[in-house]
Ligand binder design. Structure first.
Ligand SMILES: Nc1ncnc2c1ncn2[C@@H]1O[C@H](COP(=O)(O)OP(=O)(O)OP(=O)(O)O)[C@@H](O)[C@H]1O
Length: 251
């Protein structure tokens, strides 16, 4: 089943000025339910712009973006905020946890905002605590745990609403390579449990964990790679090669 479909998506910044910026020229792709897709491209290629449109934080200038049957094109600010809360989960590079709340309350936060009863919150958190191995840190505060542990809490916060789509923006960008690997294995596990994931990353190692990688250049999809049955390392090399070609002019 198709979860996300983008057709001829264009995003122009400063459209009515003397110097409009065409950040996305013509983006076309679909994501099936249960897929794990990485998005790569050089700095300025349009990755954040694309992610923001999928995240309902921005809207296409033209073209269509549809997520789970809902057009993302003309949502009002309030409707977009509600849609995000109900259907999307976010994981960021710098975790974005609230230091004044315990880790448990950080995870509960999206449910608190949705006025969810406490017994439902307790029920929802239990399987996540086991799966993300955060038993020992759940009652501590973000300032008292490591970066990798903070990212685990952030992943739990993103998953507790059972989102249709998990959006990850450079989720290992602030972590050392060992901790990055642990977090990437966690994403593998989360995806194996049926969660659809889109991850923007500069890291070929991170992208190699996704089943498909889309490469963006100058606001268009330039190439795509499927992992298939390739071992992680070989797939990572293929991804690095495409990135190298891209960087060297992309022909
Ligand atoms: N608010 C804005 N106003 C004007 N131009 C913008 C705006 N946001 C992004 N751009 C431009 O749109 C293009 C795509 O930017 P975008 O941030 O999507 O790239 P990116 O691939 O995410 O880059 P990076 O990897 O550095 O984060 C760039 O040329 C950028 O300068």
């Amino acid at each position: 089943m198709t979860l996300l479909k983008l057709q001829h998506v264009q995003r122009v910044f400063n459209q009515n000025s003397a110097n409009p910026v065409i950040a996305l020229k013509d983006i076309n792709f679909s994501v099936e339910k249960g897929e794990y897709v990485a998005i790569m491209g050089e700095s300025g290629a349009g990755k954040s712009t694309l992610l923001n449109i999928i995240a309902t934080l921005d809207q296409a200038t033209s073209g269509q973006a549809v997520l789970n049957g809902q057009s993302l094109n003309n949502l009002s600010k309030d409707d977009a905020a509600r849609y995000r809360r109900q259907h999307l989960g976010f994981v960021f590079q710098h975790f974005n946890l609230l230091d004044s709340l315990s880790n448990r309350d950080n995870i509960y936060l999206p449910l608190v905002l949705a006025k969810t009863p406490v017994d439902v919150m307790d029920k929802r958190i239990k399987p996540l605590v086991n799966r993300l191995r955060i038993e020992k840190i759940i009652n501590r505060f973000p300032g008292e745990i490591s970066g990798g542990q903070q990212q685990r809490i952030a992943i739990a916060r993103a998953l507790i609403t059972n989102p249709d789509l998990l959006l990850a923006d450079e989720p290992t960008g602030a972590l050392d390579s060992n901790t990055s690997n642990e977090i990437l294995e966690l994403f593998d596990d989360v995806n194996a449990n049926g969660q659809t994931i889109i991850m923007v990353t500069h890291s070929a190692a991170a992208a190699s964990h996704a089943k498909r990688t889309l490469f963006i250049k100058d606001g268009r999809i330039y190439h795509e790679l499927y992992r298939g049955d390739l071992p992680l390392k070989e797939y990572q090399q293929q991804i690095s090669q495409v990135m190298m070609t891209l960087t060297n002019g992309g022909e």
